[in-house]
Each structure stands twice: as C-alpha cells, then as structure tokens.
Design a protein around this ligand. Structure first.
Ligand SMILES: Cc1ncc(C[n+]2csc(CCOP(=O)(O)OP(=O)(O)O)c2C)c(N)n1
Ligand SMILES: [Mg+2]
Length: 569
C-alpha cells in the first residue's frame, strides 16, 4: 500500500468525510488515493488555501469534528497561515495536511529553498498550531494521524499541521489491518472531559449564593464542550441572566427573558452592558475574556467578584483578579454547579430578576448609540440589518456567517439568535478579512452532512472583506451550496476610514465603485444590486429559495458598530 493510501484510510477510520484544499504536484498522490476510494471522502477544491482552511474551520464549528484541509508546500502552506491562525486563536480543531519535496532533498528545501517552492514551512506553522511535524517514516503514518487527532481534539482544541514529503506519499509498504486502529473518542470534541476539583465547585457555589446580582458570560468553549443544556439549566433554574461573547452567540437563546445579549465593544448589546455594570458577580464560562468582551479590559471592575471556568488554566484570570479559577470541561463544571446549587436549595434572587426585566424593557435597541437616520442617499447599515433580522425571523433557523470588521458587529448586535446552538460564526480568532464566503460554504457542507436543521446559510461581509474571497462563489456553485452573501458595500475599508476621519488624513482606505452583483454572475451565481430598503426585502425573498449562490450588493454609507471608537478616539 502506498503511504498516501494509508493516510486516507486513517482519515476514513476517523470519520473524515470532507477535505478542503488546493492541490499541488507534491500532494497529488494523496488526491489519487482519494480518487481511488470512490466517493468515501469528498474533496472540495477551493481557489485559495486560506479560504479552504476557513471552510474547514467553519465545518469544525458546525460538526465539532476536526476540519481537514490540505495545501501543497511553500506557497500553498503559506497561504493557509491566516486561517490556521484563526482556528488556533479560537480553539477550533483542525488537521492541516501540507505537502513537501522528497525527504532526501532536505538540504535543498531548508533555508531559502533551492528546490522549487521550498521554504522552511514548519517553522512558520509552529507558533500557530498545537503541534506540527513532518512524517519521516511511512510506517509511522497511522500513529502520526492518531497523534494528530488526539492533539487537535483533547484539552483545549486547536489545529495541528502534518508535513508529508512526496516520497512518503508514494512509498509502498506492507501494513496490516491492526495498524489502522482508531481511537474513536478523538474524532470529535470534546474528546476528553477534564473534571474540575469539587473543592473549587463548592467555592464557586458559595460565591453564587452570596451574590445579589450574578451574571453568566458564556463563550465559544460552551459549544466545544456541548454544554448548552447545562448552561440553560443553570440560568433558568437559578434565575441567573446570561450574556454571551461574540463567539458564544447562540449558546443561550437571545429571545429568552434571561438573555441580555452579546457583551462587548464590538456589536455589544446595550442591555448586556447595563447588566454587566450592575452585577456583583461575573461567571465566565468557556471564554478567554478578551479585549472586545471586556471593553478594553475595563471589566471586571475592582468591586466585582469573578468565577472563571475554562479548559485551559493558562487563560484563567489573565487580565483580572479571579476569586475562583476553575480548570475543567464546561459541561462537567456547569453540571456539578447545578447539582451543588440544587442541594443547597439555591433560589433565584427575585429582585435581580425583576431588575433585569426592567433594564431589558428600558434599553430598546441593541446598538442604540448609533442613529437610525435615513437621510442619506445610501442605506443605513443598521437599518439594513434590522430588515435582515426581521426577514430571517420569518424564515426560521439559518446559519449566519459574518466577515471581520463592521459586519461582525452588525451580526452580533442586530441579528437575534432565537435558538440555542452554534448557528452564528465569526472570525474572532484573528479578525481576518475574507472569512464569510468560504466559511459559509464549509458550514453548509457540514450542516448537510450532519442533517442539521436549518434552511439557509447567509454570509454577511463588507465590500473589502468580500473581495478577498469572492472567487469562491464559483466553488459554492460547483458544490451546490446555495448561500446568500449580503455585501455591505460602502466602497471603502470603512472601519479604517472612520479612524482616519478623526485626523482628516484619508489615505488608502477608499475604493472605486464595484458592482458585486455583476461579479457574482461572472462566477456563476446570481446578483442583486440594492439601493433601497424595498429592493432589499425583494432581493432577500427572491434568492431565498434559489439553488444558486447569490450576492446581494447593498449600497450603504459607513457606520461602525464599535463603541470605544466613539467614546475614546
Ligand atoms: C486580512 C486583514 N487585513 C487587514 C485588516 C485590517 N482591517 C480591519 S477592518 C478593515 C476594513 C474592512 O473593510 P470592509 O470589509 O469593507 O468592511 P467595512 O469596515 O467597510 O464595513 C481592515 C482593512 C484585517 N482585519 N484583516
Ligand atoms: Mg467597506
């Protein structure tokens, strides 16, 4: 059996159904092996390695299985870097396969490659992966794949990269069936559940008991741990309101009376901000408590008590004093907390529950620090988002994938998550532009594969972000994903231009007009150009049941849903 066949056989053992990537001569033996197994794995060709890995990241977020991507050596490997870093920073499990020259070319591959396309790629991959390494012996393929799945899915998940020289893929060796054994529990996250110390859970319960105004802040780790039910129980049984981080959006239904929405400077809800300021105990779960969530580390205040639950002890209390720091799996921790609080006979603090209700009623709108004016020739992005929110509410459950920049704030702030579940995807790991379109393709494929209940995948991006990955509309068409991409087209890098407006020194932040509707048609999709709110409603309705991917190009003026920009700059 060739090394490439052994590699693919191992991936099948780990229930890999889809690989996202771009071929190269050095990885072609792997493609031949995929070809020969006749449909057991489908390979999705992207037009850029970054996009392929963004798709794999989204696939992993929807399925909780590691996304698998491939790139050729050198230029392919380096183009995958921004997306691998995205998965690394947001703890998403990923297996990145990377090609290389034959191993006996090593002296010509390292340093500044003398062999064509060679570069010291492992050294570039090292700081953005949980582990990366090269296969130096074809017989070790099965054990390295097992290692890769364990590394990607155990503890705090993340990407691993495997560098596979050409001769390893083509070498013929004898394997026997036992070589291909699979540790199934590592084919998904959470692979292992780290149990917290019961002493810490007791301490946390006491702190919750003594608090008057507790607030849970739920992050993306709650999805990775499948802790949604336990979170719901903790909140609803004991009357503790829930805010989420952007990445945690959807971990608690935003239509529930105890939801106070998304917290933070980027697209944060007014209610969440009011409630976080009033509360005397913050309970962070599955979150690294980052700059955006904390309004540039201005919460927790010195008076607030904090419980921080995370799988990774390195994150605990990183930027604040933590009263109880708990290392453990979110589901296990929350379930133990529920039990202890029940045993204590903990009762909801009714005064706090009533206050939350009042605050929710008084803060009418998620982003009400931004105006609703309609006077401009172009559309107001906030009003655009409200139309999209209303439209989607009528249509049922959808997957919404946001690009970086303002789009993330608009989606976090304006589109409500009616159900529990990871249906909102953001590139919060790196906030790199270009995520929305490829990640929509990855999530549609994932949803189709696991039979997830949803009706449409909607990408929302700025014109700058969309242009990074617009060619993937052809990919969407080719693989039969009928996504809708709404482009907030302000003919500029709006976020940057807003910053520059403060000094009046506008430079390299504006584009000439682009007609994205026509661009979409060129790639085989549909295109709608929208200049009025009525046009938008019509366009949404007409592409919703379409089988082709569609772009809705909405001409907006620039508005940035980021609070400190208005407060401090
Ligand atoms: C890959 C990458 N390059 C540069 C940036 C820096 N950046 C942050 S926001 C922004 C503007 C994005 O413009 P657009 O996508 O049109 O969104 P808008 O702000 O106009 O809504 C840029 C360039 C980034 N986040 N990612
Ligand atoms: Mg723009």
């Amino acid at each position: 059996m060739r090394g490439a066949e052994a590699l693919i056989r191992m991936l099948i053992e780990y229930d890999v159904n889809t690989i996202f990537g771009v071929p190269g001569g050095q990885t072609n033996p792997m493609y031949e092996a995929i070809h020969d197994i006749k449909g057991r794995i489908s390979h999705i060709l992207f037009r850029d390695e970054t996009n392929a890995v963004f798709a794999a990241d989204a696939y992993a977020k929807i399925t909780n299985k590691p996304g698998v991507a491939d790139a050729t050596l050198g230029p392919g490997a380096l183009r995958a870097i921004p997306a691998i870093a995205e998965s690394y920073n947001s703890s998403i499990p990923l297996i990145q396969l990377v090609g290389n020259n034959p191993s006996n070319w090593l002296p010509l591959t390292v340093y500044r490659g003398n062999a064509s396309q060679a570069v010291d790629q492992l050294r570039v991959l090292e700081p953005i992966t949980k582990w990366c390494g090269q296969i130096i012996n074809v017989n070790s393929i099965p054990s390295i794949i097992r290692f890769a799945f364990r590394a990607a899915t155990s503890g705090r998940p993340g990407p691993v990269a495997i560098d596979i020289p050409y001769d390893i893929l083509t070498e013929e060796v004898e394997f026997n069936d036992r070589d291909f054994y699979c540790q199934k529990e590592f084919s998904k996250v959470p692979a292992t559940r780290i149990v917290p110390s019961s002493e810490k859970i007791l301490q946390a319960s006491k702190l919750i008991q003594s608090a008057e105004r507790p607030l849970i802040i739920s992050g993306g780790g709650v999805f990775l741990s499948n802790a949604l039910n336990e979170l719901y129980k903790l909140s609803t049984t004991f009357g503790i309101p829930v805010a989420t981080t952007i990445n945690g959006k959807g971990s608690f239904p935003e239509t529930h009376p105890f939801s106070v929405g998304v917290l933070g400077s980027l697209g944060g809800w007014n209610t969440a901000e009011l409630v976080v300021k009033k509360s005397d105990l913050l309970i962070f779960v599955g979150s690294n408590v980052d700059q955006m969530t904390t309004f540039d580390w201005s919460i927790p205040s010195e008076e607030q008590k904090v419980i921080h639950i995370d799988i990774d002890p390195i994150e605990l209390g990183r930027s604040f004093v933590c009263n109880v720091a708990i290392t453990g799996d979110a589901q296990t921790c929350l379930s133990m907390l529920n039990d202890v609080l029940s045993n204590y006979g903990y009762k909801p603090k009714m005064l706090w529950v009533e206050e939350i209700n009042k605050l929710k009623n008084s803060s009418a709108d998620a982003l009400d620090y931004l105006d609703d004016n309609l006077e401009y020739e172009k559309l107001n992005p906030k009003m655009v988002m409200k139309i999209i929110d209303k439209f989607l509410e009528k249509k049922g459950v959808n997957i919404i994938v946001s690009d970086a920049s303002s789009a993330s704030g608009w989606v976090a702030g304006c589109i409500r998550s009616v159900l529990s579940g990871r249906r909102f995807l953001f590139p919060r790991g790196m906030a790199g532009l270009g995520y929305a379109i490829p990640a929509s393709i990855g999530s549609s494929i994932a949803a189709r594969e696991i039979g997830l209940e949803y009706s449409k995948c909607i990408a929302i991006a700025g014109d700058g972000g969309a242009a990074y990955s617009i060619a993937e509309i052809e990919t969407a068409k080719r693989v039969g994903t009928s996504l809708i991409c709404i482009i907030l087209n302000d003919s500029s890098l709006g976020w940057i231009r807003k910053i520059q407006e403060k000094s009046g020194k506008l430079i390299s932040s504006e584009f000439t007009a682009v007609n994205f509707a026509r661009v979409s048609e060129g790639f085989g999709g549909r295109g709608y150009e929208v200049k009025s709110y009525g046009d938008l409603e019509w366009a949404l309705e007409s592409c919703y049941n379409d089988n082709l991917p569609s772009i809705i190009d909405v001409k907006v003026f620039t508005m940035v849903p980021y609070k400190p920009l208005f407060v401090y700059f």
